[in-house]
Design a binder for this molecule. Structure first.
Ligand SMILES: Cc1ncc(COP(=O)(O)O)c(C=O)c1O
Length: 432
């Protein structure tokens, strides 16, 4: 390790005294253990003064870049007037709801919460109430949050693919066993599962692009097939757009794909790093929530609709409406993908550069993976050590297998040039 990390190491030891593992989300516990204290635009800085071009982007919220001046100023401006009332309605909530319903095709009505996990929890409970059924379908490798309904078969060990693989001790057996696992891009598997569980499946939840395992694109007809099967078997289709929503289009990936789910969950890029998430869907379904008098599906949260999150989301979406945010991140995404493909070809390294818009990753395998099963062919050791070496040279991609990278509106052509130069140098070195 060439980086100077003295202060980080010392502070990490201190953090461990007070916090198990010294981090506040399990997946943050990676080596090297960095302690950060500054973020601006495309860059993050650790306490030793090392600067990194940030492609990790805190798992995806930063579509505009860190500490966006406009978003921050809107948050501060609104906070000088209001914060949280815990009763009634705010103008910020109304304005933001209107904007989401304007852009997201499936959104006739919307409710705000604070995290993607809350949103998917509400979506599933709502589906169960509507259909009076218990089971749900999720896909191997997809992640929808930490709660019992969905925390199984995420980054499963290879011998557990499709088998019973709860993500945590302490989960309820009933929750684990009522979540059925299917293979992404395999409509036959989904149809079989519906047939074998006739009249029992409340919902199918899917990341329309499974970004939690990098970037696996839905094959032509797959999402349309899911839509058709859900309608045929009376289950609700939930698009979990916590990553894809807003990052790929203001209307979510559903707008791009032309497929309208029954319920959508959103978060992350919605507010450029500020805490807010949302669940949206048809009015007929949303009015089952007990925010509507007579509704029978519980919906609550002390911090729901806080001025910090609503202001940030409004400002972020307004910027996306008026500035060429998506054009910029899509162009740089294409540049980086083409650039890495060229490098791999030049160096004769086997790899598949996957991505969509601002998101990309390089799998070290010789074909396009279409689901988690295929990803067994990715050379995980090479993948992680490639990312570690980039990190040492100031390019921050999470040094873990199957993780993706994100470009923001703050990344520049020069950042991409530099990134490609470093990638070439590192791969050349690794090839030796
Ligand atoms: C697709 C998807 N859904 C839900 C979640 C959970 O969101 P949160 O971490 O805000 O609870 C995540 C988080 O990474 C996600 O990627």
């Amino acid at each position: 390790m060439n980086l100077k990390l003295d202060k980080s190491s010392k502070l990490y030891e201190e953090a461990n005294l007070y916090t198990p593992g010294g981090v506040h989300t399990s997946i943050r516990n990676v080596e090297p253990h960095l302690v950060f204290n500054r973020a601006e635009g495309a860059y993050i800085y650790d306490v030793d003064g090392n600067r990194y071009i940030d492609y990790q982007a805190a798992f995806g919220p930063f579509i505009l870049g860190h500490n966006n001046r406009y978003v921050n100023s809107k948050v501060i401006e609104n906070l000088s007037r209001e914060d949280l009332f815990g009763t009634g309605t705010t103008e910020l909530e109304i304005e933001l709801s209107k904007l989401i319903c304007k852009h997201v095709p499936s959104a006739e009505q919307v409710l705000f919460c604070n995290s993607g996990s809350e949103a998917t929890y509400h979506a599933i409970r709502l589906s169960r109430a509507i259909t009076e059924r218990t089971k749900i379908i999720k896909f191997q490798g997809c992640y929808h949050g930490w709660h019992d309904y969905v925390a199984r078969n995420m980054l499963s060990p290879w011998d557990k693919i499709g088998k019973r693989d709860p993500g945590s001790a302490g989960m309820l057996d009933e929750a684990i066993d009522n979540t059925l696992i299917c293979t992404f891009n395999d409509l036959e598997d989904v149809e079989q599962t519906f047939k074998q569980n006739q009249g029992q499946i409340a919902a199918l939840i899917v990341e329309p692009i499974p970004h939690n395992i990098g970037c696996i694109l839905p094959q032509s007809g797959f999402l349309a097939g899911l839509r058709k099967l859900c309608s045929e078997y009376g289950a609700l289709l939930i698009f979990d757009e916590v990553i894809t929503g807003f990052r790929h289009d203001l209307g979510g990936f559903q707008k791009i794909a032309g497929i309208t789910p029954d319920i959508t969950t959103m978060g992350k890029a919605m507010a450029n790093g500020f805490p807010i998430a949302a669940i949206a869907g048809k009015k007929e379904y949303m009015s089952r929530f007990n925010t509507q008098p007579g509704g029978d599906v519980w919906f609550a949260g002390t911090y729901n609709g806080h001025a910090v999150g609503t202001s940030a989301a409004l400002a972020t979406m307004q910027l996306m409406e008026t500035a060429p945010v998506h054009k910029h991140v899509f162009r740089l995404g294409d540049r980086v993908r083409v650039g890495i493909r060229d490098i791999l070809d030049r160096l004769g390294i086997e790899g598949y550069v996957a991505g969509f818009g601002s998101v990309w990753t390089t799998y070290f395998m010789n074909f396009e993976p279409k689901n988690y099963i295929d990803l067994q062919h990715n050379d995980a050791e090479f993948y992680v050590s490639f990312r570690k070496k980039l990190l040492e040279k100031g390019i921050f991609k999470l040094p873990m297998n199957l993780k993706r990278n994100h470009i923001s509106y703050s990344h520049t052509e020069a950042d991409i040039d530099y990134t490609l130069d470093v990638i070439e140098a590192v791969l050349r070195e690794m090839k030796k």
